[in-house]
Design a protein around this ligand. Structure first.
Ligand SMILES: O=C(O)C1=C[C@@H](OP(=O)(O)O)[C@@H](O)[C@H](O)C1
Ligand SMILES: C=C(OP(=O)(O)O)C(=O)O
Length: 443
C-alpha cells in the first residue's frame, strides 16, 4: 500500500490543557470485533469502532474473504459473517499497511481455512518478525512461505482440518496468543496456549462472548487458555470502549504541562492494558477515576488528570506487557520528572512499528533529555519539571506512537520540536491533532 506523502509538524509549548474529551475506540478490541463478527453466523453490530487505517485494513481483508462489512450512517458497523470455516479465497493480496495486529491475527484465521493468502505491508511492517506466528501455525499444518527473516510479503497455504497444538508462548505477545486461538477456532479438538506472562486478554473475553467454548486456568502465575475448535459463533452487539493507549498521550500531557486539568471520558481500564496509569500514579500523577463501569464486557471509567510534579520510577518489569505500547509516552513523562527513571525489561519495543528504544532515545536526546540506552530499555535523567530545550528534529519512522509522543514532548519544550512525518498517526488516532487543538484552546 503506498504511504501518504510525509507531513511534517512543528510544536512548542501552548499553555495548559483543559476540557473534556473522548478518545477513539480501542484498536485491539476493534480488530477482534470485526474478525469474530466475520466468523459468526448472522449479523453483528459494532458501535465505537476505531476508524483508523489499521482497523480499516482488517475490514478490507475480511471483505476480501467473503464477509459483508458496512458502516451505517449513525457510525455503527454491521458485519455479516461467513461462519467458522467459511472464509473464501481472496482474489488479491491482503494489504496490511502498517498493522502488526491485522497481520498476525489474520494469519491465524486463514491458517486453518483451505485457502491461500498473500500478506503485504508498508516499509515498517515489512521489517517486523512474523516467525513468531509462523512457527505455531506451521505446527498446526499450515504451509507458510515468508520473505527472508520470516518477514512480509508472505504466503499462507491454509489447511483444514488442521492439527491441534498445545503451545507455550516464547515471547509475551497477545498477537501470537490470539493467532493460535483464532487458528484453533476451526481446528478439531482443543487447542491450548500456555502464557507464562499475562498479556492483553481481549481475544479470550470476546471469543467467550461470541459463544466459543473457551476456558482459562491460572496455575503458578501461568495462564492456560483452551479453546474447543469447530465452534459456531453467535453474532453479537459490541460497544468498543475508548483506547487506553490513546488516552495515555493526554494523561501524560496534562501531567507535565503546568495548570492542566482535563477529563478523558470512557477509557478502557482492562488490567492487562492499564499499566501506564499505575506507573504514572506511582510517579505522583494526579489521576482520578470517575464512574467506573463495564462497557462491552470491559472495565471503563472517565479519568480526570491534573498537572502534578512527577518523580522518577524504576518501572517494574512485570508491568511491561500491560503498558507495552505506552513506553514512548512514558519516556516523555520521565524526561520531565525529578530523578532517574529506569525503564528496562522491554526488549519487545525494538520490534514494533519502529525500534522504539533507539528512536525515542535519539528524539528525546535531540530535544535536550539525558538518556542512556540498553538492549532492553532506557534510563532517563529527568529535568525535575523544567521544560525541554526543544529546537529539535524528530524522525517518526512510520510509527504513530513516536509521532504522538514527540508532539506531547513539544508541549513541554521551550523552542519547537519538528516531527518529520505525522501521517502515521492516522493508523490509530485520526482525530489526535483535532483533540490537541481542543485541549489547548486552539480549536
Ligand atoms: O494483540 C494486540 O491487539 C496487540 C498486542 C501488542 O503486540 P504484541 O503481541 O506484539 O506484544 C501491542 O503492541 C499491539 O499494539 C496490539
Ligand atoms: C504495536 C502496535 O500496533 P501493531 O502491532 O498492530 O502494528 C501499536 O499500536 O503500538
Amino acid at each position: 500500500m503506498p504511504h501518504p506523502a510525509p507531513r511534517p509538524f512543528s510544536i512548542a509549548a501552548r499553555g495548559p490543557l483543559a476540557g473534556r474529551i473522548t478518545v477513539p475506540g480501542d484498536k485491539s478490541i476493534s480488530h477482534r470485533a470485526l474478525m469474530l463478527g466475520a466468523l459468526a453466523v448472522g449479523t453483528s453490530r459494532i458501535t465505537g469502532l476505531l476508524e483508523g487505517e489499521d482497523v480499516l485494513a482488517t475490514a478490507a481483508a475480511l471483505r476480501g474473504m467473503g464477509a459483508t462489512i458496512i458502516r451505517e450512517d449513525d457510525g455503527a458497523w454491521v458485519v455479516d459473517g461467513v461462519g467458522v470455516g467459511g472464509l473464501l479465497q481472496p482474489e488479491s493480496a491482503l494489504e496490511m499497511g502498517n498493522s502488526g495486529t491485522s497481520t498476525r491475527l489474520l494469519m491465524g484465521l486463514v491458517a486453518t481455512h483451505p485457502i491461500t493468502t498473500t500478506f503485504t505491508g508498508d516499509a515498517s511492517l515489512s521489517k517486523r518478525p512474523m516467525g513468531r506466528v509462523i512457527e505455531p501455525l506451521a505446527q498446526m499444518g499450515a504451509d507458510i512461505t515468508a520473505s527472508p527473516g520470516g518477514r512480509l510479503p508472505l504466503m499462507v497455504r491454509g489447511i483444514a482440518p488442521a492439527v491441534r497444538i498445545d503451545y507455550r508462548l516464547p515471547v509475551a505477545s497477545a498477537q501470537v496468543k490470539s493467532a493460535v486461538l483464532l487458528a484453533g477456532l476451526n481446528t478439531p479438538g482443543i487447542t491450548r496456549v500456555i502464557e507464562p506472562v499475562p498479556t492483553r486478554d481481549h481475544s479470550e473475553r470476546m471469543l467467550a462472548g461470541f459463544g466459543a467454548d473457551l476456558t482459562v486456568e491460572e496455575t503458578g502465575g501461568e495462564r492456560i487458555i483452551a479453546i474447543r475448535g469447530e465452534a459456531e459463533l453467535q453474532p453479537q452487539q459490541i460497544t468498543v470502549p475508548g483506547d487506553p493507549s490513546s488516552a495515555a498521550f493526554w494523561a501524560v500531557a496534562a501531567s507535565i504541562v503546568p495548570e492542566s486539568d482535563i477529563v478523558i471520558a470512557n477509557v478502557g481500564l482492562n488490567p492487562t492494558r492499564a499499566g501506564l496509569f499505575t506507573v504514572l500514579r506511582a510517579m505522583g500523577a494526579d489521576i482520578e477515576e470517575i464512574d467506573r463501569r463495564t462497557v462491552g464486557g470491559e472495565p471503563v471509567a472517565d479519568l480526570r488528570v491534573r498537572h502534578a510534579a512527577l518523580s522518577a520510577i524504576e518501572v517494574p518489569h512485570d508491568l511491561a506487557p500491560s503498558m507495552i505500547d505506552e513506553y514512548p509516552i512514558l519516556f516523555v513523562a520521565a524526561a520531565l520528572a525529578e530523578g532517574r527513571t529506569v525503564a528496562r525489561g522491554a526488549e519487545e519495543l525494538r520490534v514494533k512499528e519502529s525500534d522504539r528504544i533507539a528512536v525515542m532515545a535519539t528524539a528525546l536526546r535531540a530535544a535536550g533529555a539525558r538518556i542512556e540506552e540498553f538492549e532492553d530499555g532506557l534510563t532517563i535523567e529527568g529535568r525535575g519539571g523544567a521544560p525541554l530545550a526543544g529546537n529539535a528534529h524528530a524522525a517518526s519512522h512510520l510509527d504513530h506512537r513516536i509521532a504522538m509522543a514527540m508532539t506531547v514532548a513539544g508541549l513541554a519544550a521551550i523552542a519547537p520540536i519538528t516531527i518529520d512525518d505525522i501521517a502515521p498517526v492516522a493508523t490509530s488516532y485520526p482525530a489526535f491533532f483535532g483533540t490537541l487543538d481542543q485541549l489547548t484552546g486552539q480549536a
